[in-house]
Design a protein around this ligand. Structure first.
Ligand SMILES: *Cc1c(COP(=O)(O)O)cnc(C)c1O
Length: 361
């Protein structure tokens, strides 16, 4: 919808200039196969479902009361699972909110923050929103991050690892190089996809006073609908995030989100089993798509980034949609011949492969 200047006169001037993030669509089509927003194809742990039911039966009266503003039960569950101190944990309403607080808390500096030219497209949105200066560092021709490119003046650094939408992961030694070469700047590692085969930088937190690691329950814990994200860092950095959060919304985590996420972190076995299934399905899908002529970047995520030398990506996306399969296409320089495809169950992936074979390629 568009509005006239007359109608927009009520908007704050800076809001008129915003270019908001556009999330992957959530259409309501029958028999739709949704491989466009990197959701987990498996349900959350049965213990999560039970925990939500318990809130209704045991704490129904408590819904009248505000939740714990510190979500201490959740911080403790995360601290235990991540083997860090509870003072090193920050929680928020999805990691998108955690990232917003990170930008506000650390990145409003004189020098520009650095991030790759191809990465999570929320970073430019937050930067505009908070007035953060930015400098985009091109990925190399293989779509990899060259960590030595991050040895230059900056006001902070944010790197998605594994990167999105490319799916390629950096090793911990490379992350350490970035941390060491920027001792006076905050380095944020956004690990939304780390549980699908990359190494987490959480184990570096005790040694680097400039490191913030951000994770989410949306992908690897099948809880995108719950909105729970978190950050791990030394206590002096967490304190800045708490100051920002308590200047914005004191109660971002509701009682359902706290109880359900606690149950998820307490069911490590279920979590590991689902991640293993997704990774095994990914390897199968990559080999089938490769056999069909696709070139697939090496993925450590629950999605792949694939291009076909004989077929236009935009057209492939459109043809798949006509068959009821939605993948993500970015009409952006450098990546406009790629499709980002979320890993589904083996059955779902098979439907994708069969559809490509029989109707499209
Ligand atoms: C999905 C995603 C997020 C946001 O996760 P939520 O916790 O659902 O808000 C953050 N960063 C990256 C790179 C993502 O892909």
């Amino acid at each position: 919808m568009t509005f006239t200047a007359q109608q927009m006169r009520f908007w704050s001037p800076e809001v008129r200039e915003l270019e908001p993030y556009v999330p992957g669509e959530q259409p309501k089509i029958q028999n739709l196969l949704k491989l466009n927003t990197n959701e987990n194809p498996y349900p959350p742990s049965p213990k999560v479902v039970q925990a939500v039911q318990d809130v209704l039966t045991e704490q129904a009266d408590a819904l009248r009361l505000y939740p714990d503003p510190d979500a201490m039960a959740l911080k403790q569950a995360i601290a235990k699972q991540q083997q860090v101190d509870v003072a090193q944990v920050f929680v928020g309403n999805g990691s998108d909110e955690v990232l917003a607080h990170i930008f506000k808390a650390f990145f409003i500096q004189k020098e520009p923050i650095l991030y790759p030219d191809i990465t999570y497209s929320f970073y430019p949105v937050y930067s505009q929103f908070f007035g953060v200066h930015t400098k985009q560092i091109p990925l190399n021709e293989k779509f990899e991050i060259n960590v030595s490119d991050y040895e230059q003046q900056n006001g902070g650094i944010i790197i998605t690892n594994p990167n999105a939408p490319t799916s390629i992961a950096l090793g911990l030694d490379e992350i350490e190089q970035v941390l060491k070469s920027n001792p006076d700047r905050v380095v944020v590692i956004d690990e939304a996809y780390v549980d699908f085969g990359a190494e987490s930088a959480v184990q570096l937190v005790s040694r680097y006073d400039n490191l913030v690691v951000c994770q989410t329950t949306s992908k690897s814990r099948s809880l995108a609908g719950l909105r729970v994200g978190f950050a791990i860092a030394q206590a002096h950095l967490i304190a800045a995030l708490e100051a920002v959060k308590n200047s914005f919304n004191s109660y971002p985590m509701d009682r359902f989100a706290i109880a359900a996420a606690v149950a998820s972190f307490e069911d490590q076995a279920y979590f590991e089993a689902q991640c293993a299934k997704v990774m095994a399905s990914r390897e199968k899908l990559v080999s089938e798509l490769t056999a069909l002529g696709f070139h697939v970047l090496p993925s450590k995520a629950n999605f792949i980034f694939a291009t076909h030398p004989q077929h236009e990506a935009a057209q492939l996306a459109q043809q798949l949609r006509e068959q009821g399969i939605i993948v993500r296409y970015f009409n952006k320089p450098r990546i406009d011949q790629f499709l980002r495809i979320t890993i589904g169950t083996d059955e779902q992936n098979q439907r994708l492969v069969e559809t490509l074979k029989t109707h499209i390629l």
